[in-house]
Design a protein around this ligand. Structure first.
Ligand code: CDT
Length: 317
């Protein structure tokens, strides 16, 4: 009997990755929520238990725009979740019996700003929250870039670490966009037995600091880090894009569902609203977790001190 089995029922979760096409700067939240509801209805038709939406999925990817006044910034943030605009998502979760995960910009009662994702159960109750730890980009206007990426201006780094939650009889965790490029993120959750790791992303199709790094390479790197993270921690990974051209700024698609062997089992083909679906057996995580990636038997933490005590490179010369 494997240590990782939770109960003795087949632990299959039908997962929908709800890629979203572009959201223009002028598009109101209510219109976006309508699009999300249509994807949830489609997911219901495909018998999904859980639907995963992208990072900051209620608005355009506003960190590409430079704002100075706090009031101009705060319009992109949600002070409450649920709120009037998003309540239909939670109602529909309960009506259809579908758990949800989606990303939004969070403004706390204390006035703190985070890039956040939430997870619900199948009754639309929020059971998990994650705040993005790895904020890419810069905090001041950068004239040397082809376009701006001001996440460090608008958000604080997350203050919750990388928690996991038991939901739908599986261990679930979340991270957000740039987090997916850091192996420490997967391992933090791997060490808590994660079986299903959800993430959303807004990734520009071109590198703002190197114009010949285009769509093909960006898609390759996105898939590379998610498939590696899945394999090295023997977990399902669901990576969901906001894609397409937002006010002339293209974002990659390439949403995928990755199995615990690192195989891509479902992949989006468009840069629009598109649902990808796979029936994911959580027990497929057991073999890797109890053999080659049995952390308790094989990890050598006495040699890993630098990982948590040093950020930049220190050469021994
Ligand atoms: N949203 C987000 O984190 N996007 C980043 C782009 C990095 S370029 C400054 C990503 O890693 O995809």
């Amino acid at each position: 009997m494997c240590d990782f089995t939770i109960g003795d029922k087949m632990r299959e979760i039908v997962i929908g990755g709800a890629q979203m096409g572009p959201i223009q700067k002028a598009e109101p939240r209510e219109a976006v929520v309508e699009r999300m509801l249509a994807l949830m209805e489609e997911a219901h038709g495909a018998s999904c238990d859980l639907v995963v939406f992208p990072e900051l999925c209620l608005t355009t990817f506003f960190p590409r725009w430079y704002f100075e006044k706090q009031a101009e910034i705060d319009v992109w943030f949600e002070k409450n979740m649920p709120n009037d605009a998003t309540m239909p998502l939670f109602r529909t979760s309960k009506e259809l019996g579908i758990a949800l995960s989606f990303g939004y910009a969070e403004l706390t009662p204390d006035g703190l700003h985070y890039n956040t994702s939430i997870l619900t159960d199948k009754r639309g109750n929020i059971i998990g929250k994650y705040r993005k730890v790895h904020l890419p980009g810069h905090s001041e206007y950068d004239h040397d870039r082809a376009f701006q990426h001001l996440e460090k201006r608008y958000f604080l780094p997350g203050d919750m670490g990388f928690p996991v939650w038991r939901n739908l009889n599986a261990m679930m965790g979340m991270c957000i966009c740039n987090d997916r490029r850091w192996p420490e993120v997967y391992r933090e959750m791997g060490l808590q037995g994660v079986e299903l790791l959800m993430l959303g992303y807004n990734t520009p199709s071109v590198n703002s600091q190197m114009s010949d790094e285009g769509l093909e390479k960006r898609l390759y790197h996105s898939e590379l880090c998610m498939t590696a993270g899945a394999y090295q921690n023997s977990t399902w990974v669901i990576g969901v894009a906001k894609a397409g051209s937002e006010d002339g700024h293209p974002l990659i698609g390439g949403s995928i569902i990755v199995d615990p062997d690192g195989n891509v089992v479902a992949k989006a083909s468009s840069e629009d609203d598109e649902l990808i679906v796979h029936a994911c057996d959580m027990d497929a995580c057991n073999f890797g977790k109890s053999t080659i990636f049995d952390f308790a038997r094989h990890r050598r933490i006495e040699h890993y001190t630098r990982i948590s005590t040093q950020t930049g490179v220190v050469r021994p010369d």
